[in-house]
Design a protein around this ligand. Structure first.
Ligand code: AAO
Length: 516
């Protein structure tokens, strides 16, 4: 009996030992920014000149491995989700540039998380030749990828039972895991060879100093196979991380309910993307389906989201900001800037989940019958298809079509807010039973939002010490003064908030470090 207990305890400890839920942020930072399609050289510079100084915890980078190069359509962003092998040259740069970026970002306290595409290789119609980002030969029809090497033995087709060889029905878990996702050649992750090649790839990155991975298309891999790969992964590089630290894993699983495969199957491996979060938040901020911000009083697990400790949350991602993936029309993006900033403010102020900020490039949207014909368009590029650098304007915005939401004052200041209130409880909720809400984080920060069509004019308990605070949405604390609005908190912790529904940004936020 005692032996049994000991064994059970050991198993539990080993399970915890995986501990791939921790982002290993440095200096109490709390958010990741996805610098979608940025070049490594630009990310390195951005870490030093902006992300480090402004308290960003990490960057999710686009897939760094060798990918197919597609000419029709011309160099779509999604070519990087079609691996050709694990050489480290991609549209974002070569291996030296990647290594330099990882080092320089780590040195200023910013972690790097790699988007790992290990479920599949390129599409079955990807052709034959050297049209790949490092120039390696491959033959999609013959399922031959000599640079890895993978041969036809390493793919799942024998197990797939659909006529097309593709996933046809998401209600059949065998199809979802053993057939091809949109015709992408599906790796047989049950095979030792495939497990060791994918683990080698990830280990090369861990050894270079990355802090973890966004793992692509996890719904399409058996959790047991993923476990076998993750168990082979090294601990993080001790030049920057504590001895024994496991890579942070956040797994892309789209679970909006209604399918047999659920996010919870993946909790033991790490965190999971909570797609309900952005879909519901977008619906609430848009006031669709009778939703109101006042209903967000029990936001988080109270809304049927996954347990806090498992969740990776975001308002939009690189797929659903352009109609791919899931979430639909409710998803807020930079195209709806005013509502987007409000949603981002809410997310970053609220304690639920590990937060990810999206940083996009713009493209020429062209809707025909509700579908954007240009949802494939790649990043700002030169005529030869190479990605353009990110130029920084005098006012600190980005040029050349890079949107840089993470540099918008309202978003950047809420990233800082989240760091300042880290660990503080959700507190002092108030609402007007409509779309005016406010809440605090212990005695460190407070946010008030007016999404009604009339002014907000109330005195609220903030929980903050008495003093004059700069609102970090309308401006900044600049030396001894505020460049935007000010809030007076009295000795009783109460403060008056006036927010016009016509304001450029109808919300205000104050925190311990914005106090004069
Ligand atoms: C491209 C072409 C394809 C071509 C293929 C191969 O577009 O026509 O066949 O190349 O030549 C990205 C692009 C794809 C692109 C691919 C490869 O988005 O367009 O294909 O690169 O270049 C599923 C997966 C999820 C995936 C998502 C896009 O489960 O993992 O599709 N996301 C990741 C990446 C993404 C990438 C890949 C995976 C592939 O983030 O960028 O693709 O590496 C349901 C399911 C979801 C499913 C969606 C979409 O969602 O639940 O699991 O996501 O359908 O198929 C309601 C439901 C919701 C449902 C949704 C949509 O909202 O509630 O559950 O409707 O029906």
């Amino acid at each position: 009996m005692r032996m049994m207990m000991k064994l059970l305890l050991l198993a539990a400890l080993l399970g915890l030992g995986l501990a791939q839920h921790n982002p290993h942020y440095k200096h109490g930072r709390t958010s990741i920014v996805h610098l979608f399609e940025w070049r490594w050289a630009d990310i390195a510079a951005e870490c030093e000149r902006y992300l480090g100084p402004n308290g960003y915890g990490g960057v999710q980078i686009s897939p760094p491995n060798e990918h197919i190069i597609i000419s029709n359509p011309w160099r779509p962003w999604w070519q990087r989700y079609q691996p050709i092998g694990y050489n480290l040259c991609s549209r974002s740069g070569n291996e030296n540039e990647l290594r330099d970026m990882i080092t320089r970002c780590n040195n200023v306290g910013v972690n790097i998380y790699v988007d790992a595409v290990i479920n599949h290789m390129c599409g079955s119609g990807g052709g034959e030749g050297h049209h790949s980002s490092c120039g390696s030969y491959f033959n999609a029809g013959g399922k031959d990828f000599p640079s890895v090497p993978y041969t036809s033995w390493d793919f799942n087709d024998g197990k797939c039972r659909t006529g097309s060889g593709n996933i046809e029905n998401y209600n059949d878990i065998h199809q979802v895991r053993d057939c091809r996702l949109v015709s992408l050649l599906d790796l047989a992750l049950e095979k030792d060879h495939v497990r060791s090649k994918t683990a080698d790839y990830m280990n090369a990155l861990i050894d270079m100093g990355v802090a973890g991975f966004r793992v692509d298309a996890c719904k399409h891999m058996w959790p047991g196979d993923m476990k076998a790969v993750f168990e082979r992964l090294h601990n993080l590089n001790t030049q920057w991380f504590a001895a024994g630290a496991r890579p942070f894993m956040f797994q892309e699983v789209i679970d909006l309910g209604g399918e047999p495969i659920t996010s919870s199957e993946y909790f033991f491996l790490g965190r999971v993307t909570e797609f309900k979060y952005g879909a519901k938040l977008g619906t609430a901020v848009r006031k669709w389906n009778g939703e109101k911000l006042s209903f967000l009083k029990n936001w988080g697990e109270g809304w049927g989201f996954m347990p806090d400790g498992n969740a990776l949350v975001f308002v939009d991602n690189h797929d659903n900001q352009r109609g791919h993936g899931a979430g639909g029309a409710a998803i807020l993006t930079f195209w709806d800037a005013r509502m987007y900033k409000m949603a981002m403010g809410l997310m970053l102020a609220h304690p639920y989940g590990v937060t990810r900020v999206m940083s996009s490039f713009s493209w020429d949207r062209n809707f025909v019958n509700g579908k954007d014909q240009n949802d494939w368009m790649g990043p700002p590029s030169h005529p030869d298809g190479s990605t353009k650098p990110v130029p920084i304007n005098a006012d600190s915005t980005c040029g050349d079509g890079w949107v840089c939401e993470h540099r918008w004052r309202q978003i950047r200041n809420m990233v800082i807010f989240r760091n300042v209130v880290n660990g503080q409880p959700f507190s002092n909720w108030w609402d007007n039973q409509s779309n005016q809400i406010a809440f605090g984080r212990g005695n460190r920060g407070f946010i008030a939002i007016n999404n009604d069509d009339w002014n907000m004019d109330v005195t609220l308990n903030t929980g903050l010490p008495a003093g004059t605070y700069c609102d970090v949405i309308s401006g900044d604390k600049d030396g001894g003064r505020c460049t935007g609005k000010q809030v007076q908190v009295g000795g009783d912790g109460r403060a008056h908030f006036y927010i016009s529904n016509m304001d450029e940004d109808p919300f205000m936020a104050i925190h311990a470090d914005s106090k004069l």
